[in-house]
Design a protein around this ligand. Structure first.
Ligand code: PMV
Length: 341
């Protein structure tokens, strides 16, 4: 793949990368290591198609790092996580450079639509190319994970697995694509009823849940069976198996949050309405559509591709204040040639 930048010393050179967001079928929730974002549980995701983050990397004009998200420079107070990521990046690869990083999302940022996954995945790829490191997919996944664990999965395309566990070391916590002989013809239908950035980050919510929820241990204990069952369901192309596990995984995750002290709730009335609509749809048409939610109120529906349009129209009619976006399976993160933001 061609590299756009010529030299780190060239003030005008830049790199633009793009990574798709991903939706977890089996959820990651809870960290074995908070600094390095090592997941406590294994997860599996569906890579979205053409929905994610464009990331433009260039040299900083001064001695500070700058982050501009969707046209707005992020102020110092909100920069902690980004700085920690860049500090890690510089120390790992012996780089002494400050960057201006400009990202543009074509999905709402921070609304539980996995935008931090595509943000840190595109940033990792952009930095790797800008600094001539040309990291392998494994190394990119390890790096992206330090920004956001779900970002480790957005380096790859299609269905992606990320291991997790109390004893997992940094070098073993990287994602890999799940190789399938027959890729199932499924879509993700996303029901967006709220574009606002969430009040409580998934990072804080995970910590509170892990420390205080009596249901968290049950979530962790079940997660390995969910992971293996989902993988089998993908290999056999069985939507009912994958869908049932996916719903169970998200409900356990939210139940553990509800039981935390203080209780954490990301759902809104439209989220519950969408869930009931999907169940009713299933009663009528069989096991063709299943729901999941992340750290936000928006609902994602995994369904057979041929019914995606009918399902979207149905939901739009019943929930007219929502926006519906359909996505097929997407590809791995990539460098976009000579593209400025
Ligand atoms: O990687 P983070 O910190 O954005 O956490 C992602 C957590 C969930 O989206 C709720 C689940 C997942 O596996 O993506």
């Amino acid at each position: 793949m061609p590299i756009i930048t010529t030299s780190l010393d060239h003030g005008k050179s830049f790199v633009t990368a793009f990574a798709n967001a991903n939706i977890a079928l089996v959820k990651y929730w809870g960290k074995a290591n908070r600094d390095l974002n090592i997941p406590l549980v294994p997860s599996i995701s569906f890579t979205l198609n053409s929905l994610g983050t464009f990331c433009h990397v260039e040299k900083s004009p001064d001695e500070h790092d700058h982050l501009i998200i969707d046209g707005q420079e992020v102020d110092d107070a909100a920069l902690g996580r980004f700085h920690a990521f860049l500090t890690y990046f510089r120390s790992q690869f012996s780089i002494d450079e400050r960057f201006t990083i400009t990202t543009k999302n074509n999905i709402p940022y921070g609304a539980g639509l996995a935008s931090s996954a595509s943000a840190y995945a595109s940033m990792s790829l952009g930095l790797s190319h800008f600094c001539h490191l040309d990291l392998s997919e494994k190394e990119l996944s390890l790096l992206a994970r330090v920004g956001s664990a779900s970002a480790a999965r957005s380096i790859m395309g299609d269905f992606v697995a990320l291991p997790g566990g109390e004893a997992l070391g940094h070098r073993d916590a990287f994602a890999s694509p799940i190789m399938l002989q027959n890729k199932p013809d499924w879509q993700m239908v996303i029901v967006i009823g709220n574009h606002q950035q969430k009040a409580l980050s998934s990072r804080e919510a995970m910590t509170i849940t892990k420390q205080t929820s009596p249901f968290f241990d049950a979530f962790v204990k079940n997660s390995h069976d969910d992971f293996l069952g989902c993988k089998d369901g993908l290999i056999t192309g069985n939507l009912e198996t994958v869908g049932a596990i996916m719903e169970h995984s998200t409900l356990k995750m939210h139940a553990s949050m509800w039981a935390a002290k203080p209780s954490i709730n990301y759902l809104q009335p439209f989220s519950l309405s969408a869930i009931e609509l999907i169940k009713a749809f299933r009663n009528r048409f069989g096991p063709v559509a299943f729901f999941t939610l992340d750290a936000g109120p928006n609902v994602k529906i995994l369904c057979e591709a041929p019914i995606a349009e009918r399902l979207s129209t149905h939901i739009q009619e019943k929930l007219p204040n929502t926006t519906i976006v359909c996505s097929s399976l997407g590809q791995k993160a990539k460098i976009l040639d000579d593209r400025a933001l």
